[in-house]
Design a protein around this ligand. Structure first.
Ligand code: TMP
Length: 234
């Protein structure tokens, strides 16, 4: 697989064309940002760890019937993926209160939610990724009603699958963010799934194993990502 021109550089990843029009290379960086890039830093080896963690999680989800963009991990920092048009909607699921849910609605961190919360955000850094609902998605023409339904059903299934997957590793899936893309007329899961995009707490101790360590300056970030990688690799 030949690596060609850079297509796009985001906050955590770089995308490159390949000699196939249908496939691109996703390169994982060590750069970390939080609060819409108001906070910036480096998490040493994050790109390598997130590439491996995402590989494991996408492989697992694919094996369970979720269509994803994942093709193969090429090396430490690069993954070969299908070239999708990203639906500009971020989908967040929350099982336990944390982060912006606590800030916006006054809930205490760690409160178990009686029902999982499903949120859409408009993927637009200039606007700060505002929360939107289905009416906004249709009015802004971000996705069709059929696409929203497919995204919703895949996301609920991913929540069930990943909750059980992490529970077996003694980790609680607190919340996570997904992105979907259009590929040859189908909606498939895209982007990454990693401690950058999930909140993961060790069951029993409550130890945080995700990017909140960076967001909140709690330290031991690399060790936490490595711990997640070790556990998912078993
Ligand atoms: P939040 O509580 O900050 O809204 O984050 C909810 C979840 O979404 C959390 O697991 C982190 C993830 N997330 C991203 O992956 N990218 C983002 O830009 C934001 C704001 C959150």
């Amino acid at each position: 697989m030949e690596k060609r021109n850079k297509i796009y550089e985001g906050k955590g990843k770089i995308l490159y064309e390949t000699d196939s029009p249908d496939l691109i290379i996703q390169y994982f960086k060590d750069e970390a940002t939080a609060f819409n890039a108001q906070k910036k830093g480096i998490i040493d080896q994050k790109g390598v760890m997130n590439n491996k963690i995402s590989t494991r999680l996408f492989s697992f989800l694919s094996s369970q019937g979720i269509p994803t963009h994942f093709e193969e991990r090429l090396n430490d920092r690069e993954m070969l993926v299908k070239r999708v048009d990203i639906v500009p909607v971020e989908v967040i699921v929350r099982n336990v209160a944390a982060g912006s849910l606590c800030r916006n609605y006054g809930l205490p961190e760690g409160k178990r939610l009686p029902v999982s919360i499903f949120e859409f955000c408009y993927k637009n850094d200039d606007l700060g990724d505002p929360i939107i609902n289905e009416c906004h998605i249709l009015a802004l023409e971000l996705a069709t009603p059929e696409e929203i339904e497919i995204i919703r059903s895949y996301t609920f299934k991913v929540n069930d699958l990943l909750t059980e997957f992490f529970k077996a590793l003694n980790i609680e899936l607190v919340d996570f963010k997904l992105e979907f893309g259009r590929y040859k007329g189908q909606i498939i899961l895209a982007d990454e799934i990693s401690p950058d995009t999930c909140r993961l707490w060790e069951i029993g101790t409550g130890r945080k194993l995700d990017k909140d360590l960076f967001r909140e300056d709690l330290g031991n970030i690399e060790a936490a990502y490595q711990e997640v990688l070790n556990r998912v690799s078993i």
